[in-house]
Design a protein. Structure first.
Length: 493
């Protein structure tokens, strides 16, 4: 089975922060794959902008290096790479460099058939100054698009300030707030699973679902990334990625697949989340911080050991677990358990939909009690969908019940390579499709729900709970779900 490649219009993609880690690791490899597959060609241009003193040739060499380092060997084609890097050019510029803005204006084509897009792979405090300079130097066009990366603020107020700054120049329909989780193939398949099949929608409610679990676990640590100590797991993962996943699981069927129809339904979910405030924070949330482990075979530093000396004693959380409730007709009484953390037992992102037990078992004398069905949507690694069901174990000698999976593995079902999230999102910007991007009111609704949790933690004298690197988090996270008579999904594997 092969996918259908739909070419996009020619474009001028301007990447601010062109020498940064994001550009090297994600943007250049993603664009290379789309170029190799024929979704755009030499009629398009990629223009890097940064303060570093590089030439066009230097930037092209950097692109070659990024492909060599971050694209799998089997997809590296020397002839294609040369064609690809030839569409790269570079402009030395920063916000205060007037000459650089003039060079950028000269590099862009005036053709209205050429899509003009700006990717701001820079710190958020530069979003507004860049937008203003684009307008002052007449580089801005009403049909241009701007892509902005997280973190979009550290609370509701700062998020609004950043968005207000961008909104002085760009209209809301021009702004693409990127969340790479929404570009993952399996996340989009969640929409297809729910709304392109009659099988699940009739039972996708509180009458049939016991609870939902969302897990995003990373085996790596925070390392020396300075920003993480300023953000923590609540801001870095819960506020954006995980609440977006929750919305896709919980939202009502949109009227169409139009971007605003879908985002309207996600917004309703965010506004229906029961607030977690004051005394509820201690009961409904757990925050943790990994500690090191040392043995004959391994040695892993603690989060504190990874911090610079002036930040020792930080109470930044590297793990969060919480219980969310949606106060609407469909989900009343169904808890959503979310957890995310660094230095956990394995790298896995998945959604587990736990259905309720059968109302009555006719198999009183069977070996093995019937287990409730479970739908597991694996986002990474080994993307796929698995439905746990009960069957009779083959053979004579009575009724023996056995739980088995109906397993859809993307790797086994689809022979071609699965595109990375950035590949889809970067070209969705060119297509003008905002379906997989966050709207401003969504972002602000998420901050309104998260801020009281963060504020309660800051007021509390309790430090984050410790957990050993390489485990599934602090004991409090297990107590959180076990108080309700449930267990985390991996405990059953």
């Amino acid at each position: 089975m092969s996918s259908r490649i739909i070419p996009v219009q020619p474009f001028d993609y301007v990447v601010f922060g062109a020498t940064g880690d994001l550009t090297k690791r994600k943007l250049i490899p993603a664009l290379y794959h789309r170029f190799k597959d024929g979704q755009f060609d030499e009629n398009s241009r990629i223009i890097g902008v940064s303060r570093s003193k590089l030439s066009d040739a230097d930037f092209q060499n950097a692109a070659r290096d990024a492909i060599t380092q971050f694209v799998e060997k089997e997809y590296q084609d020397a002839a294609v790479i040369e064609r690809f890097v030839n569409i790269f050019s570079y402009i030395i510029n920063d916000v205060s460099n007037k000459a650089g803005w003039g060079d950028l204006k000269k590099a862009l084509r005036d053709d209205p058939e050429v899509v003009r897009a700006f990717y701001l792979a820079v710190a958020p405090d530069l979003f507004e100054p860049i937008a203003e300079q684009l307008s002052k130097t007449k580089v801005y066009r009403r049909d241009a698009r701007v892509v902005i990366e997280k973190p979009l603020g550290h609370d509701l107020l700062s998020s609004m300030e950043i968005n207000d700054g961008v909104a002085k120049i760009f209209e809301e329909d021009q702004v693409y707030r990127i969340d790479h989780y929404l570009g993952k193939e399996t996340v989009q398949n969640l929409l297809a699973l729910r709304f392109a099949n009659t099988l699940f929608e009739p039972v996708w409610n509180s009458a049939h679902i016991d609870h939902v679990q969302l897990t995003v676990a990373e085996s790596v640590g925070a390392g020396t990334r300075g920003y993480y100590d300023e953000s923590g797991a609540l801001r870095d993962m819960i506020q954006n990625h995980m609440l977006q996943l929750l919305c896709l699981v919980a939202m009502e069927p949109p009227a169409s697949d139009d971007a605003n129809a879908l985002r309207d339904e996600k917004l309703k979910v965010l506004r229906s989340l029961k607030p977690i405030t004051n005394g509820d924070v201690a009961k409904m949330t757990v925050r943790g911080q990994y500690k090191g482990v040392s043995s004959e075979t391994t040695s892993v530093a603690s989060f504190q050991d990874e911090l610079p000396e002036e930040k020792k004693g930080s109470r930044t959380e590297t793990f969060v677990a919480l219980k969310a409730e949606i106060e609407n007709w469909r989900w009343s009484g169904v808890p959503f358990y979310l957890r995310t953390g660094k230095r956990m037992a394995s790298r896995v992102s998945e959604i587990a939909i736990q259905f309720k037990p059968i109302p009555h078992s006719i198999f009183d004398h069977a070996e093995g009690a019937p287990k409730a069905n479970k739908l597991i949507i694996r986002l990474q690694p080994d993307e796929g969908v698995k439905l746990m069901m009960m069957i009779k174990d083959p053979g004579p000698g009575g009724m023996r019940l056995r739980e088995v999976p109906l397993n859809l593995s993307f790797a086994q079902t689809f022979s071609e390579r699965t595109p990375e999230a950035y590949e889809r999102l970067l070209l969705d910007v060119i297509r003008g499709s905002q379906t997989l991007f966050m709207r401003r009111d969504e972002l602000e609704a998420a901050w309104k729900w998260v801020d009281p949790i963060r504020e309660a933690w800051e007021r509390s004298s309790e430090p984050p709970q410790s957990y050993v690197a390489g485990t599934w988090g602090p004991s409090g996270s297990h107590a959180l779900i076990e108080r309700d008579g449930r267990t985390w999904h991996e405990d059953e594997n």
